[in-house]
Design a protein around this ligand. Structure first.
Ligand code: ASP
Length: 318
């Protein structure tokens, strides 16, 4: 087993073997979760603080559950309502945190790079739960585990990522992970929602769903990230659904056994038709949520092992 990281800040620094290590461990946690097995409290005595400077439903609950299942003392700090509003800097936040001696720190922040900065100032293993448009590593890992379990492999698959690529940290992390594992990635969306220079990432870019979805194994839909848009990126939601919303008609172009994914929260009738999202023969959206808990358990388990190894007996980092 190889996993050398002290933090999980993104997919970019991970070696493919580290990705496989996380997924293998998560796979066994997923099986144990299904069987309602009581887990070894391997995080007992450790403090996990969840700091979400941006709203979250699934991710925060999932990290909380993952920490609880492994025996950590889990605390949620409601950052939206507190210090950030009063103008506290990230560095002040770090100093406050250090005084609380957390071992694992889960952070979501609206600015790209903020989580990385915080990781340099705190004495804890930091997990990025989404920073601006930059990365959302545990989302890409849970997507990868969902794909691997559904398709039996995570290489040489043809995967379409569709919609608002430009504002999506989920897309960025997935493009990196799926690329490292040697899959064929197709990005589909209007040019206004496609980041410039994206073709350099070794992906194929399509403007048209019919062309882009042809014979793919996986269709990954993205939420239209209206909170990150400051102008008219689309003519109207109705028009967007007509051209880019996934419905039964467009799904026909993919392979007959293609799976449908969405990271949530979904805008039904905007990027995806509700009937497709709920179709248990095609949609793996609920499995993604399930795999999220397992992946977060695995990531915190591996980081805690590295943290213990790096600390002297008196708790100081070596
Ligand atoms: N939940 C994901 C994120 O935090 C996707 C989304 O919000 O659309 O990036």
């Amino acid at each position: 087993m190889t996993f050398r990281q002290q933090h999980l800040l993104g997919i970019e620094p991970l070696h493919p073997s580290e990705i496989t290590t996380i997924l293998d461990l998560a796979d066994s946690y997923a099986d144990q979760n299904r069987r309602n097995v009581r887990h070894e409290p391997i995080l007992a005595g450790m403090t996990q603080i969840n700091m979400f400077f941006e709203n979250s439903t699934r991710t925060q609950a999932s990290f909380e559950l993952a920490g609880d299942r492994l025996g950590a003392d889990v605390m949620n700090m409601a950052m939206q309502a507190s210090s950030i509003k009063k103008g506290e800097t990230l560095i002040d936040t770090a100093l406050t945190l250090n005084a609380m001696h957390p071992d694992l720190l889960v952070v979501r922040h609206p600015h790209s790079g903020a989580v990385d900065l915080l990781s340099q100032k705190v004495n804890a293993a930091v997990l990025n739960a989404g920073d601006g448009r930059h990365e959302h590593p545990t989302q890409a890992l849970l997507d990868a585990l969902t794909i691997r379990r559904a398709k039996g492999r995570l290489h040489r698959l043809s995967i379409a990522i569709c919609g608002d690529i430009a504002h999506s940290r989920v897309a960025r992390s997935n493009i990196m992970l799926l690329g490292k594992m040697e899959n064929r990635i197709r990005l589909i969306g209007p040019p206004t929602l496609m980041p410039s220079g994206i073709a350099d990432f070794g992906v194929e870019v399509f403007e048209d769903m019919e062309e882009g979805l042809r014979d793919v194994d996986v269709v990954m839909m993205l939420r239209l990230q209206k909170e990150r848009m400051d102008g008219g990126f689309i003519p109207s939601e109705r028009e967007y659904f007509h051209r880019y919303g996934l419905d039964a008609e467009k799904l026909q172009f993919a392979k007959p056994d293609a799976i449908v994914m969405h990271p949530g929260p979904m805008n039904r009738g905007v990027e995806i038709d509700g009937n497709i999202a709920d179709d248990i023969n095609r949609s793996v959206i609920q499995t993604q949520v399930e795999m999220g808990v397992a992946v977060r358990m695995a990531a915190m388990d591996l980081l805690a092992q590295n943290l213990r190894a790096a600390r002297k007996p008196d708790g100081v980092m070596v």
